[in-house]
Design a protein around this ligand. Sequence first.
Ligand code: IPM
Ligand code: MG
Length: 360
Amino acid sequence: MTSYNIALLAGDGTGKEVTDEAVKVLKAAGEKYSVDFNFEPALIGGCAYDVYKKPLPDETLNIAKSSDAVLLGAVGDWKYDTLPPEVRPEKALLGIRKELNLFANLRPATVYPELTKLSPLKEDVIAGTDIMIVRELTGDVYFGTPKGIETRNGEKFGFNNMCYYESEIRRIAHVAFKVAMQRNRKLCSVDKANVLDVSRLWREIVTEVSKEYPLVELNYMYVDNAAMQIIRNPKQFDVILTGNIFGDILSDEASMLSGSLGLLPSASLSDSKPAMYEPIHGSAPDLKGQNIVNPIATILSAAMMLKYSFNMDKQHDDIVNAVRKALKDGYRTQDIAQQGMKTIGTSEMGDIIKNNIMQN
Ligand code: IPM
Ligand code: MG
């Protein structure tokens, strides 16, 4: 029997509640398809700081590095807000991305027909939207140096550096073009080349890489325009390729097309294994322990794991269909509650999706 080791990093807040449901679903899929998934839990974020005084302990990193894939819940809690920046929970997220070289972040924003009424946008604008955002994840102003806060000219001065090597742009561009080839072959590269030098290089390299993918229709957009177009006419997009900070912002924006942050998964890939899978939402510490958060984003992240780490495309589709059936049958968590539908808890949603898999 094929067997995979999955590092299980539940993290803080509601992280454990959502990963519990994803584990449930993966185990069901494993049983159905005779694949053995072993889960190795480890601490990350604030809970790791409590024990190790570090948000990303070596133990955790080693477990992650020796795994076949990483499933992450979320990190962060208000109680850590006063910690110095180097040990804040968010630092663990940036740290693990860098350590595992997870430079390619795939964030699909899919509008499910069952939920078109949920979006704050008009139904006819969003119906049928299916965007894949390919966000560079280990470079840009997030990691650029020099950075800091110092005194200059008698006052405080804060600075970061937005920078990319051409090799970093090239490798993420290849990922995006390959993703586009498997979809509708349209790629929009988003930058701020009218102002930023780093964006001018971005555009130059993306153009160069595009020569290797003649079947993909490429266009460029400035990020301010892209932010507007995502709301005005999201259906014009197939794949969006962009850098770390623009991707951070645009992916939160695009999540609102689907109606809830609780629905959107992500995959963070490197050239080698392991990859990491996590919902794009945060840890929602105020909702912790109440069995009300939506586990779908994490369950769909687990589905992405099957596709991107284990080449189990059919099993990926099986989980997506199980989620869609739960929605079609009228089951809703609180964040996506609708009149006339059944509002249920986190674990009930996990059970229903699991049962759908077993019965498919
Ligand atoms: C995300 C988050 C992170 C980021 C934070 C928590 C560091 O917003 O994954 O989008 O900015 O990348
Ligand atoms: Mg973000």
